[in-house]
Ligand binder design. Sequence first.
Ligand SMILES: [Mg+2]
Length: 356
Amino acid sequence: MKITDIRLKQCVLRKEDPNWRFALGANPTTEGVIISIETQDGLTGYGYASATAHMGATRDGLTKTLEDLIPVLKKFDPLAMSAIRVAVNEAVSGNNQAKAAIDNALFDLVAKSMKVPLHSLFGGAIRTEFPVLRILAIKQPKEMAEQAQKLFDEGYRYFKIKVHGEIDLDIARVAAIREQVGDEANLTVDANQAYTPEDAITAITGMAKSRIDLVEQPVAIDDFDGLKRVTDSVRVTIEADESARSIEDVYELVSNRSVDAISLKVPKLGGLWNTLAAAQICKIGNVKYRFGAHVGSRLLNAPAMHLAATLPDIWYASEFGEFERLLDDPFEGIGVEDGVIRLPNAIGAGIEPVNL
Ligand SMILES: [Mg+2]
């Protein structure tokens, strides 16, 4: 195969709720960059680079990095994914979000060229459905409980409660949601680094009275010792998200048993290939893993789902449905029904542009 053209397009999706907020910021839009890799056979592979400022990736920075990598990509047959990976890593260090977009576009393209679904390139799906965990943005307890009820009525049974580091108010948030949605709901908490280790232990002990299954990233991104202290001090499963920002971080967190679980995200890990390796590191080290929020277009979620469909050990609901709260998505092919998302039954990633 020969690459004939590579195009980039910046993508800004409005949030249905412009006041959506988490502990690290508030922004009425979600941003990214779409890469389209075209071949002389008329095939196009698509990838989405996720702009996440709190992970060091901005929309303009991603665009510049991808522009710099286009001449590197054009030297190769897209089937040579291993050689491309080496060349891209030699050309630019870090920049995992940009590399993930290239990786996803190539997997989509190669699967299309072989006329198989993307999951076939990882050995084939062993599941085709995923329960979806949905995020509740930081608001007053009553408003968060109302939003949880709305999602519960739509069929969702897994929720992630965003908290802000105010111990009593955060415990009240969790209690209000539990009281509203009852025992059938599965509740998790994400502090996005908002606590000191001591405050995290106090807060989580208080929240545990409302039965929570998981607390994500209670302390600062670089505080691996603090993460371990919290993990060793509470009975609730503690999960690393921001701290697991590369495959090297995953290895360190697993080796030291700093956490009970890791949130895998294709953008921060640099693509499907690295995400598979991270999952295997977790498995070997007896640390649980699942897929965290891929916030952005359906184009960002679908490739992650294809990989997840091949992994037998995902321990809890993943977060493949956050596109449901975003407007203006230029791609279609997946949707959540009754709190469940299904793997697209199509070749490639199964996602195609409707308005690109
Ligand atoms: Mg998180």
